[in-house]
Design a protein around this ligand. Sequence first.
Ligand code: URA
Length: 191
Amino acid sequence: MNTINTMTALTIDTLKVQLKEWKGCDLAKTACAVLGEGNANAEIMFIGEAPGEQEDKLGRPFVGPAGKFLDELLNSIGLKREDVYISNVVKYRPPANRDPTPEEKAACMPWLKMEIALIKPRIIVPLGRHALGHFFQKLSITEAHGKPQKLTDSVTVFPIYHPAAALHNGGLRQALYDDFKALKSFLDAQK
Ligand code: URA
């Protein structure tokens, strides 16, 4: 099935079932579908790049080494995975974890849009440049990380480096902790 059926009543669970049948992205030939997961009423939604090896095996987002670090970062500001919703721009693992192509990102975009429409987060946290590019094509993650960006009257985008970046470049670890601290201050100021 290459089309997406938007006529059935949509929930995250029905989306998951539909995504498994969808073949509109070439990556579906070599990888398993991984939709987002988490609290369907979450105020905060985290968006990564694409599943990696563990995510492809288990069919769940952020369950490998980058996911373990994301859990640590969430815990550092008093949040648990169950409090938030976590997804990806691309719904399949690119071979050998290469960067997703513009075509793959465009093909998977309707799924991310439907997830955002269902969750209705108040704060969207793009993790890294691929997710940031979905919202603001001209912003660089190096300049924008840790700084809230208004998307609409009711939605703020709060870009943060991808946790996997700190696994390759230890110098970014502290920047990620600092950005999560800034995210917490931003959240607290909204109360
Ligand atoms: N990296 C991502 O961007 N997403 C995952 O789900 C895992 C690692």
